[in-house]
Design a protein around this ligand. Structure first.
Ligand SMILES: Cc1cc2nc3c(=O)[nH]c(=O)nc-3n(C[C@H](O)[C@H](O)[C@H](O)COP(=O)(O)O)c2cc1C
Length: 203
């Protein structure tokens, strides 16, 4: 009789071997760690945030030790979604672990473009939306800070995301009450999981 994996969990319908996910940005694209650890043992990897076009990131210093912890200012450096699909995903999908693509942008159109490219790629388990980004079309207000913008963004991305679950990574700077409360224009976000990581419908 096969041994039961007692650590197995389901996240938005995605089966994970265990509830350990490498957080976006702390584990690069995953492959970089293959010589140091067995990637097959990790529940899942959330890859470094992906944007529509490559971003060089901020000049150093990028990491600073503070009395209360650590401050980082990477500047969302990444090779762009197309670079990821071409250069990283083929190697990554050979491992038996769930791969989540972390998606970000500075306008709703940026997010949609990234999501469209990912929808046409194989080897992903789901998407994580990083909404802690300023909406440059709305005076730089963070998507995560305004329920209306957040709802509209999620609804827009949902239009193009059909194959996989969409998880929204809320900002630690905004309480779920505020993120999902009624916005100024009376719009609402509805959440399905009461936690920091929420699956949303944008209505
Ligand atoms: C160096 C570094 C880079 C990060 N890059 C991203 C990123 O690209 N996208 C993202 O959504 N979060 C990014 N994060 C945030 C982490 O995924 C995570 O949410 C954050 O570290 C809080 O987790 P903790 O409370 O376990 O420290 C980054 C964090 C660090 C330290």
């Amino acid at each position: 009789m096969p041994a039961t994996n007692r650590l197995a969990v389901s996240l938005c319908g995605i089966s994970l071997k265990n509830p350990v996910l490498a957080a976006s940005g702390t584990y690069a694209y995953g492959i970089e760690f293959a010589s140091l650890t067995d990637l097959n043992q990790i529940g899942g990897i959330v890859v470094k945030g992906l944007s529509a076009r490559p971003i060089a990131g901020n000049p150093p210093p990028r990491i600073w030790e503070a009395r209360s912890g650590m401050i980082n200012s990477i500047g969302l450096q990444n090779i762009g979604v197309r670079g990821f699909v071409k250069e990283e995903l083929p190697a990554l999908r050979r491992f038996q672990t769930a791969i989540f693509a972390n998606v970000f942008g500075y306008t709703p159109e940026d997010y949609i473009e990234v999501a469209e490219v990912l929808e046409n790629a194989d080897g992903l388990a789901g998407y994580e939306l990083n909404v802690s980004c300023p909406n440059t079309k709305h005076g730089g207000i963070f998507f995560s800070s305004d329920p209306c913008q957040l709802g509209e963004l999620v609804a827009a991305v949902r239009q193009v995301v059909k194959r996989r679950p969409l998880i929204v990574k809320l900002s630690p700077n905004v309480s779920p009450d505020r993120a999902f409360g009624e916005g100024r224009r009376g719009c609402r976000c509805r959440c399905h999981l009461a936690d920091k990581y929420l699956r949303l419908s944008g209505d």
